[in-house]
Design a protein around this ligand. Structure first.
Ligand SMILES: CC(=O)N[C@H]1[C@@H](OP(=O)(O)OP(=O)(O)OC[C@H]2O[C@@H](n3ccc(=O)[nH]c3=O)[C@H](O)[C@@H]2O)O[C@H](CO)[C@@H](O)[C@@H]1O[C@H](C)C(=O)N[C@@H](C)C(=O)N[C@H](CCC(=O)O)C(=O)O
Ligand SMILES: Nc1ncnc2c1ncn2[C@@H]1O[C@H](COP(=O)(O)OP(=O)(O)OP(=O)(O)O)[C@@H](O)[C@H]1O
Ligand SMILES: N[C@H](CCC[C@H](N)C(=O)O)C(=O)O
Ligand SMILES: [Mg+2]
Length: 493
């Protein structure tokens, strides 16, 4: 716990009426406020944080950062306590900038990646490339902080206080390079507006999170914020232009004077010309600004080449020599839970675990497996509770279209009725089998695969729990796949 004290004004904040108290910390949740803290009372999706100002004051808050609505909610309380009130019409942005100033250091070279799918993969590859090139690097996102320094994270893009605490601790531990994920929630809530970026990447844009954003336009606008606002004008946008939305993102970045590097199969500064697949990976032929390269990639799935080239683009945009960057490709390894070979049956049938949890990701993952698989493709899919309900039948349909056999099972039903979620997925995959219990579904799926076949267990990737109601039961797809293979092949002791 920091014992540092800093005046409110040195955090770039001006109190109403000129108050300038010394601040000993910042918190966005009243329960985390301590003596001398600045409490950031943010407008919430359920309740206004200002409703908790009385608790924050009781905990010792001396200043409150909020919007006009928040200031009105607790005006009397704050006047009575002599609290310094900072009113902002962009309170989340103000919080992000305050957190950046409070925590100070961040790794010198930072990039962020947005897009519906591929953020974790690209930021992990960026980190792997940097480490191969001798840098002290981390990636931050869905899988926590990973690389030369590690820490758990509860969110893909954590709120600013958690984010800047992690960045300053990483910097203090010698980390000079960081690649982070910019989730649409994170961008919408300005969580990364205090981060200084050298480059920003865009993977693709398809359906997810409509429960939160409501419309595709709002979802797009949230993602576009990375290029319209967060990336500085002297930064570089690295964009997948095979996606029509990438073309729009590039235009947004260019209009602000940012440099744009395009990546694509049809065209692009970094142009993927050809891929040849085999059982353990692929050989790539690509060009960068007119020069041709051929490299081995020990990764399954055509889309991983797109992710890897986007990662290369980001590293080059930060100043690395292109040829040195491309030399690292044969050393890149599977991202945990992304097209990960989890187990192989004695008969040769392979079990892959992948984090595909959107219609597009399921289609992409299954299509990506085809060239590596001689026989049948079996898919296990399920959709999460308390998340975008519209994607459920589409996830079922994507599985039905691209796999030979489909099993529909549970994937974090959370507060919802698991059978109702499965029914929605089954609307898109009427021929599929329904096996609610995920361990049993995996056992049945593994039982179905013979020589040359493959099973894709989609949806949970690196996750280690199954959330049912408020309980998180230990569950790991990779582990369950191994157990199922061992049981069916008689390898259990
Ligand atoms: C929907 C959403 O994004 N919610 C975020 C939002 O909370 P909220 O607006 O719903 O908060 P609220 O419950 O209405 O409360 C309002 C305010 O009161 C405060 N409060 C609340 C209770 C209390 O006792 N005291 C107190 O001070 C809260 O801290 C909050 O600031 O602001 C909070 C503080 O900044 C975030 O922690 C919270 O993230 C929640 C935990 C969350 O689960 N977010 C998920 C959906 C998310 O962000 N996911 C993306 C991943 C997306 C992907 O899959 O790509 C992510 O980046 O992780
Ligand atoms: N470039 C891509 N195009 C389409 N699908 C992809 C791509 N990259 C990854 N995927 C699919 O999306 C899944 C999730 O990948 P990844 O975790 O990298 O995405 P993400 O954007 O970080 O997801 P989240 O929103 O959960 O943070 C993968 O398991 C794979 O099935
Ligand atoms: N970041 C995503 C992960 C979904 C993973 C899937 N297993 C699920 O629970 O739906 C989300 O929270 O929507
Ligand atoms: Mg992610």
């Amino acid at each position: 716990m920091s014992t540092r004290t800093v005046s409110l004004s040195s955090l770039g904040l001006t109190g109403r009426g000129g108050g300038n108290p010394d601040i000993t910390g910042i918190a966005v949740d009243s329960r985390e406020v301590r003596d001398g803290y600045l409490f950031a009372a943010m407008p919430g999706s359920r309740v206004h944080g200002a409703e908790f100002i009385q608790y924050a004051l009781r905990q010792g808050a001396v200043a409150v950062l909020t919007d006009a609505e928040g200031a009105a909610i607790a005006a009397d309380l704050m006047a009575e306590a002599g609290t310094t009130v900072v009113v902002s019409d962009a309170p989340r942005e103000a919080l992000a900038r305050t957190a950046a100033l409070w925590f100070g250091a961040q790794p010198k070279t930072m990039v962020a990646v947005t897009g519906t799918n591929g953020k974790t993969s690209v930021s992990t590859f960026v980190r792997q490339i940097w480490i191969e090139m001798g840098m002290q690097a981390v990636n931050l996102g869905t899988t926590g902080v990973e690389g030369a320094w590690t820490a758990p994270l509860a969110h893909t893009t954590p709120e600013p206080i958690t984010l800047h605490r992690a960045l300053s601790e990483a910097a203090a531990n010698g980390i000079t390079h960081a690649a982070m994920e910019a989730s649409s929630h994170g961008l919408d809530q300005r969580r990364l507006d205090g981060v200084t970026l050298k480059a920003a990447g865009f993977t693709n844009f398809t359906q997810d999170h409509l429960d939160y954003h409501e419309t595709f336009e709002a979802y797009f606008d949230a993602k576009a914020g990375l290029f319209a606002r967060v990336l500085p004008e002297d930064g570089t946008a690295v964009i997948n232009i095979d996606d029509p939305k990438g073309v729009e993102m590039a235009a947004i970045a260019r209009a602000r004077g940012c440099e744009v590097m395009t990546v694509g199969r049809d065209a692009g500064d970094l142009h993927l010309a050809a891929q040849r697949f085999d059982a353990t990976g692929q050989d790539l032929r690509f060009s960068y600004r007119g020069k041709e390269y051929q490299k081995r990639l020990n990764l399954i799935g055509g889309f991983q080449a797109e992710n890897v080239l986007l990662a290369c683009g980001l590293v080059i945009a930060c100043g690395a020599d292109a040829a040195d960057v491309f030399d690292t490709l044969p050393h890149l390894t599977t991202v945990r839970g992304r097209m990960q070979l989890a187990a192989t049956r004695d008969n040769g049938g392979a079990v892959f675990v992948d984090y595909a949890h959107t219609p597009d990701a399921i289609a992409t993952a299954l299509q990506a497996m085809r060239p590596h698989v001689m026989g049948r493709l079996v898919a296990i899919v399920g959709a999460g509770g308390d998340r975008d309900a519209g994607k459920r039948p589409l996830m079922g349909a994507a599985a039905a279209q691209h796999a030979d056999l489909v099993i529909v099972t549970d994937d974090n039903p959370r507060s919802e009725d698991p059978a109702a979620i499965r029914a929605a997925v089954l609307e898109g995959a009427p021929e599929a089998r329904e096996v609610g219990d995920r361990a049993e579904a995996i056992l049945r799926g593994v039982d179905m695969i013979g020589p040359g076949d493959a099973l894709l267990v989609a949806g949970k990737g690196h996750e280690t729990g199954q959330t049912i109601g408020d309980d998180v039961l230990p569950f790991d797809d990779v582990e369950q796949a191994s157990v199922a293979v061992a049981a069916l092949d008689g390898r259990l002791a």
